[in-house]
Design a protein around this ligand. Structure first.
Ligand code: TRP
Length: 361
């Protein structure tokens, strides 16, 4: 069976380093591994509108930002199809049919939806579109017959919902859809990179993000202000790694080579951690290392972005061409889905013949 990737992001802002270590960096590796037959990367504007109906400008403006982030991080439009969700109306049609296979009780149990509802403060007034976006996400994934969804931990409930829809669809209508699997980051720190304030999630509204395209000085300021161990007051004090954001980021970004380059008194992160927990290592030194590591990792991405920003029409053209390619694929799956569901009234001679027969006696 073909190995196919589909994944994507909501265009509600520039992408941050949490997106990068959680999925984007991996996608680029998978793309360049040559192991996948097709790779689809989707800018989920329609999904973003499910909780931004009153703010379409925000979504509109951020489409190009996300595309710039993608391509500057190394997604290559000659290897991956980058497209915009709303340009594929077939996805909405699939969603309408899949909605019949999901109960409201099942939607209510979705833990990601639960926590998002809480964060958005919708109270009792939940938009139906928001509530049902896991179904639309099942359409995104199945329309491309994706086998693999590289994403962060928060997307697990969406992929599980998709698996259930596939199973139920194939059971009722016959083997048609492909069951996808999530591909989580293998490094624990990358599963859910906290914000610089140590809060669980990096989010624009909390103002605790480091963006992929962050200006170098701004990035340094953010790193130097990061949450560490509040009980590590004097340098001699033993420090704790638990919930220590600076170390979580080092876990996500640091490689042994970085020590040779930036802090040769240690061979690797384990040695640094050991010193920190024993006492005698100050936060400032660790933060400086992290800043150097982040600057080194993000500099090539920043440089690529600066180049791409000089040719914005090219970026839109990539999205337009990608959307055309994606639409054809989704349309072909929709045809199969409708045929399986027997909603192909005009291209089924047997149906017409049966009707003739019925009335010919
Ligand atoms: N839910 C994803 C996010 O919050 C975006 C998304 C939409 C997605 N459809 C998808 C991710 C399909 C993976 C597969 O960013």
């Amino acid at each position: 069976m073909a190995k196919i990737i589909l994944t994507g992001d909501r265009p509600t802002g520039r992408l941050h380093v949490g997106h990068y270590v959680g999925s984007l960096r991996r996608r680029v590796e998978l793309q360049n591994s040559g192991e996948y037959d097709k790779i689809y990367i989707m800018i989920a504007d329609a999904q973003a509108l499910t909780d931004n109906a009153d703010n379409p400008d925000k979504i509109r403006e951020n489409i190009v930002e996300v595309a710039l982030d993608y391509m500057s991080a190394g997604l290559d439009p000659t290897k991956s199809t980058i497209f915009i969700q709303s340009m594929i109306p077939e996805l909405t049609e699939l969603t309408f049919y899949y909605a019949n296979l999901v109960t409201t009780a099942r939607l209510e149990r979705n833990p990601t939806i639960k926590s998002e509802l809480q964060m958005r403060g919708f109270g009792g007034s939940i938009p139906v579109g928001f509530y049902t976006y896991p179904i639309s996400q099942a359409s995104d994934i199945t329309a491309f017959k994706a086998t693999t969804v590289p994403a962060g931990e928060d997307q697990m409930p969406m992929v599980e919902q998709t698996q259930e829809i596939v199973q139920r669809f194939n059971y009722i209508y016959g083997e048609t859809l492909v069951t996808p699997h999530i591909l989580l980051p293998d490094n624990k720190a990358c599963l859910r990179l906290p914000g610089i304030d140590g809060k669980a999630k990096m989010s624009k509204s909390l103002g605790n993000c480091i963006y992929l395209s962050e200006d170098p000085n701004e990035m340094k300021k953010k790193v130097m202000s990061m949450f560490t161990d509040p009980n590590h007051i004097k340098i001699e004090d033993p420090g704790s790694l638990e919930g220590n954001t600076v170390f979580t980021y080092l876990d996500a970004f640091c490689r042994d080579e970085h020590f040779a380059e930036f802090l040769p008194e240690y061979n690797n992160l384990d040695e640094l951690k050991e010193h920190y927990t024993k006492g005698g290592l100050g936060d400032v030194k660790v933060k400086k290392l992290l800043n150097n590591v982040l600057q080194a990792e993000l500099e090539p991405i920043r440089a690529k972005r600066a180049e791409l920003q000089k040719d914005i029409p090219y970026v839109y053209d990539v999205l337009k061409k990608g959307s055309e390619v994606a639409r054809e694929v989704a349309a072909s799956t929709l045809d199969e889905v409708k045929a399986a569901m027997k909603i192909n009234y005009f291209d089924d001679d047997a149906l017409i013949r049966a009707s003739i027969e019925k009335y010919s006696k």
